[in-house]
Design a protein around this ligand. Structure first.
Ligand code: FAD
Length: 365
């Protein structure tokens, strides 16, 4: 894995700031990374993936997150699409689709709608059966990586529950409308997706039948939550490295910043944030790898803790660097904007707290 991390570092080089400023990762680079299986590293080897455990995949995701949150976001979407296909699709669908996702085809996942953000039960996108085809109508919002995607995994309502349907972006009736001014993760290719009378073969519906909305959404989002959580660990590591280097190197009042105790306190807070986030993610990763019954709650906890620590830690890092970190494209400036969004996606802070409270209230004794 360390070789894969070094190679990713070399591919990203010092370009993350430039991608952030231009709002674009070169699509050919994403396609190359995808074709090397780097964007969905947990896909089993039989489908051309690396077959990484959750813990090892987490270490790789944190590394990517430390380099570039936009790239890590694309990775999260690709991994979530693959995970959803693997979990909900038939054996034939997995055999047909997963080798594409490890072979350079790029994918994104659409749940959110204008009237259905936190409340996904309010989704109105429909997947209507028509002979041996299905017709998809709806509007998905803020779909990460949709600008780059060849395939969309779209969640909608079917006659017998919620379904996930695989939609090639080139299908007539699909319109991708780029969000050009996101607060952060500016090169992650966020877009709104309009689906108007999109006709697909009936075998585009994963598993072929509906599921309760909550079950389907929880299954798909679980992967995304772990990936975002580890991405936040990466943000914290990048911020800690930038803040310690700056505090050790710059002098004010005749001494390095690090020797001023209030600045040292910031460094201690950042180190604590990075350690806390790492440990909760490691625990959740072990739950995944062991199939522990704690997996669901540990995943929500990891996402919530990591996102809140990253948002706070990135703000701290900007404070330590002050003017040196206050320009677009700088590691800590990007982190500050990127981390804030992590408190919103894949279950906002509030939704995570509600789920954690529900768990605590229902736990025996
Ligand atoms: P709302 O649901 O309107 O919530 C507004 C505020 O109210 C939030 O603080 C929320 O926590 C709070 N709130 C809502 N309900 C409750 C409640 N019951 N109790 C307490 N507080 C509550 N969607 C996708 O489908 N695919 C993607 O790839 C994707 N990527 C995204 C990337 C980014 C950068 C962003 C910003 C969004 C992305 N989204 C994506 C959409 C994201 O999932 C939603 O923004 C998120 O679910 C919140 O929905 P909302 O923005 O409509 O906020």
């Amino acid at each position: 894995l360390s070789g894969a991390m070094t190679s990713l570092t070399l591919r990203v080089g010092d370009l993350a700031g430039e991608w952030d400023r231009t709002g674009l990762i070169p699509p050919e680079l994403l396609r190359d990374l995808g074709a090397e299986g780097r964007l969905c590293a947990e896909v089993p080897e039989q489908y051309g993936g690396w077959g990484l455990s959750s813990l090892r995949s987490g270490a790789y995701t944190a590394h990517a997150g430390g380099l570039c949150s936009s790239l890590r976001s694309v990775m999260t979407s690709q991994g979530m699409a693959a995970w959803t296909i693997q979990r909900l699709g038939t054996a034939e669908q997995s055999a047909g689709l997963l080798p594409r996702l490890t072979g350079g085809t790029l994918a994104a996942v659409g749940f959110s709608e204008p009237g259905a953000g936190s409340d996904l039960a309010a989704m109105t996108t429909t997947v209507r059966r028509d002979g041996d085809t299905v017709v998809v109508d709806g509007h998905k919002k803020w779909v990460t990586a949709a600008h780059y995607a060849d395939l969309l995994v779209v969640v909608g309502r079917h006659e017998d529950g919620a379904v996930a349907v695989v939609v090639p972006t080139g299908t007539p009736g699909v319109r991708i409308e780029r969000i050009t001014d996101p607060l952060g993760c500016r090169a992650a290719g966020h877009a709104d997706v309009h689906l108007d009378g999109v006709r697909l073969s009936a075998d585009s519906v994963l598993g072929g039948h509906g599921l309760p909305t909550a079950l389907l959404v929880t299954t798909a989002l679980a992967y995304g939550r772990m990936s975002v959580a580890w991405g936040c660990v990466g943000i914290l590591r990048a911020c800690l490295a930038a803040a310690t280097a700056h505090a050790a190197g710059r002098e004010q009042f005749g001494r390095p910043l690090a020797e001023h105790q209030l600045v040292a306190g910031h460094i201690a807070d950042l180190y604590t944030a990075e350690q806390v986030a790492t440990r909760v993610c490691e625990y959740a990763g072990r739950c995944w790898d062991e199939g522990s019954p704690d997996q669901v709650v540990a995943t929500v906890l990891a996402k919530h803790v990591s996102a809140t620590q990253a948002a706070r830690g990135a703000a701290t890092a900007v404070q330590v660097l002050a003017s040196a970190g206050s320009r677009d494209g700088h590691t800590v400036a990007r982190a500050y904007r990127d981390a804030k969004l992590m408190e919103i996606i894949e279950g906002s802070n509030e939704l995570c707290r509600l789920m954690l409270a529900q768990h605590a209230l229902s736990a025996p004794g």
